[in-house]
Ligand binder design. Structure first.
Ligand code: GLN
Length: 468
C-alpha cells in the first residue's frame, strides 16, 4: 500500500479501525517520506529512533481491544513541548542537550489516546519568530517552494503535515505561531481559547498568551487533536473547563473588520479573501461590517507584553539551573557567558526589550499602558462577538516570502498583524487554507483566519468546515 502518509487522520483512523492498515505501516510511510525530504526541508530536529516500536505497541493495544481515533496516528511535536526522557531544545543552543524530566499534559493525553510521536519539529528559537529562520539549527523550508520560509514559529510542525512527513502536529501559538505557518504551508492551524489546553510542559514564552494548538490537513483532524488534548489541569491554574462557558446561539452572521484591510495586504490575497467571504455567504451567513477600534494597536501591545513576559520567563536560563553552562571569572560572568552563547540574536533582542519595558522608570509608560489597552481590545472583541458568530480576516498579509528576505525584525513583526489579537484577548482562532497565489512560477498557499467567542470552539470548527 503506497502513500499512506498522504491520508488525513480521519481517513487513516478508519482504515486502522477496519484492520486495513497497521500503525507500523502508517509510521513506515511517514518515516520513508522523512528520509526523502528531511535532509532538504530541515523539518525535524530529531526523528525518534523508536517510532516503529511505538507504532508496534499501538497495534498491540488495538489488538487488545483499545480504540481511539488517534490510536496509532504519527504526529510531529514542536520542540518546545516536553516528552519525558526525550531531548527538547526549543531550537536553542541553550538547551541543545536538555532532556525533559516529565510529560507535558497535552503529551500525556496523547499517550493515553495512543498517538505515535515521530519526531521533534523545527521551530524559531524559544518560539520567537514568524519564519522559522531564528532556529539555532537552521531554517525549516516550505514544502511548496523550498526557497521560501515555512512561517513560524511552528514551522517544522506545519511543514511536517504539509509535506506528508506526519499526519498531524502540535505547535504553540503566542502571537500566531500555529496559524501563520499553517497559512504559509496550506494546512489548518488552530489556537484554542486561552486555558482550554494546559500549558504544563510547554516551555513558557509569554505565559498570558501561550497556547498549544493542533496543525492538520483538515478542520476535522484539527478538531480531533484539540478534543484529545483539551481540559482543565491541576498543573496549570489558568486552564479551564469548557463547560464554564455558556452555550451560544448561532446568529449566522460573520463580522468583517474592513477598516483593518485598507493597506499592507497583497492584492491577490485580498481577492482570495473576498472569494472566501462569498463562500460563507452562499453557506447562508450574512456578512456584517464591524469595527474594532483598538485592533490597529494590537501589534504594538503584543510587542510590549510578549517581550516583558519572555524576559521574565527566560531568566531561568542562567547557566546554572538548565542547559548550557559556561564558566567565567565570577558568577555574574557565568551568567553573561552562558546567556550570550546560548541565546540567538532575536531572543537577546526580546529579553532586552522586555527588561526595558518592565524597568522601574518605564513600567507605567509602556507595560502598564499596554495592559490597560489590552483590556479595551478584549472588550471590543467580546462586544463584536455578541453580534456575529465569527470575525474573519486574512491570516497573513502575504504568502510565504523567500529565506532571508525579511532581515529587518520590524518587517518580520508586521507579519503578525492579524494573528496577535486573539492571543491578547484569549479568543480561539483558526486558519483555514483559502487557495493559492502565484509567485515566481510557484503556487503558494494563503489562509483565512476565523476568531470566535471564548469557549466557542464548536463554531470555529463548523464555520471552518464551510470554508475548506
Ligand atoms: N511571530 C510572533 C513572534 O515572533 C509569534 C510567535 C509565537 O506565536 N510563538 O512573537
Amino acid at each position: 500500500m503506497s502513500n499512506l502518509n498522504e491520508l488525513t487522520i480521519v481517513e487513516a483512523s478508519k482504515k486502522l479501525a477496519a484492520g486495513e492498515i497497521t500503525s507500523v505501516q502508517l509510521t513506515e510511510a511517514c518515516l520513508s517520506e522523512i528520509e526523502k525530504k528531511n535532509p532538504s526541508l530541515n523539518t525535524f530536529l530529531e526523528v525518534f529512533a523508536d517510532a516503529r516500536e511505538q507504532a508496534r505497541v499501538c497495534d498491540e493495544r488495538r489488538a487488545a481491544g483499545e480504540s481511539h481515533p488517534l490510536l496509532g496516528i504519527p504526529l510531529a511535536i514542536k520542540d518546545n513541548i516536553l516528552i519525558e526522557g526525550r531531548k527538547v531544545s526549543a531550537a536553542s543552543k541553550m538547551l541543545e542537550n536538555y532532556v525533559a524530566s516529565y510529560d507535558a499534559t497535552a503529551i500525556q493525553k496523547l499517550k493515553i489516546a495512543g498517538a505515535v510521536f515521530i519526531g521533534r519539529a523545527n521551530m524559531d528559537e524559544f518560539a520567537m519568530g514568524g519564519s522559522n529562520e531564528n532556529s539555532a539549527f537552521g531554517a525549516a523550508k516550505n514544502p511548496h517552494d523550498p526557497s521560501r520560509v515555512t512561517g513560524g514559529s511552528s514551522g517544522g510542525s506545519a511543514a511536517a503535515v504539509a509535506g506528508h512527513l506526519a499526519l498531524g502536529a502540535l505547535g504553540s501559538d503566542t502571537g500566531g505561531s500555529v496559524r501563520e505557518p499553517a497559512a504559509f504551508c496550506g494546512i489548518v492551524g488552530m489556537k484554542p481559547t486561552y486555558g482550554a489546553v494546559s500549558r504544563s510542559g510547554l516551555m513558557a514564552m509569554g505565559s498570558s498568551l501561550d497556547q498549544i494548538g493542533p496543525l492538520a490537513k483538515t478542520v476535522e483532524d484539527a478538531q480531533l487533536i484539540f478534543e484529545t488534548i483539551r481540559g482543565k489541569d491541576s498543573l496549570d491554574s489558568t486552564s479551564i473547563d469548557a463547560a464554564t462557558y455558556p452555550a451560544r446561539v448561532a446568529k449566522k452572521k460573520i463580522g468583517v473588520p474592513r477598516h483593518l484591510l485598507k493597506e499592507g495586504i497583497e492584492q491577490d490575497v485580498l481577492e482570495h479573501f473576498e472569494a472566501a467571504l462569498k463562500k460563507l455567504e452562499s453557506a447562508g451567513y450574512a456578512l456584517v461590517d464591524i469595527e474594532l477600534p483598538s485592533a490597529p494597536l494590537a501589534l504594538a501591545l503584543y510587542y510590549i507584553i510578549m517581550p516583558a513576559e519572555a524576559s521574565s520567563n527566560l531568566a531561568r536560563f542562567d547557566g546554572v539551573r538548565y542547559g548550557l553552562s559556561l564558566k567565567g571569572d565570577s558568577l555574574i560572568d557565568d551568567y553573561a557567558h552562558s546567556r550570550k552563547e546560548g541565546f540567538g540574536p532575536e531572543v537577546r533582542r526580546r529579553i532586552m526589550l522586555g527588561t526595558y519595558v518592565l524597568s522601574a522608570g518605564y513600567y507605567d509608560a509602556y507595560y502598564g499602558k499596554a495592559i490597560a489597552a489590552r483590556k479595551v481590545l478584549a472588550e471590543e472583541c467580546a462586544r463584536a462577538l455578541q453580534e456575529v458568530d465569527a470575525i474573519v480576516t486574512p491570516t497573513t498579509p502575504s504568502p510565504a516570502f523567500t529565506l532571508g528576505e525579511k532581515s529587518d525584525p520590524l518587517a518580520m513583526y508586521l507579519l503578525d498583524i492579524f494573528t496577535v489579537t486573539a492571543n491578547l484577548t484569549g479568543n480561539p482562532a483558526l486558519s483555514v487554507p483559502m487557495g493559492t497565489v502565484a509567485r515566481d512560477g510557484k503556487e503558494l498557499p494563503v489562509g483565512i483566519q476565523l476568531t470566535v467567542a471564548h469557549g466557542d470552539e464548536p463554531t470555529l470548527f463548523s464555520v471552518g468546515r464551510e470554508l475548506q
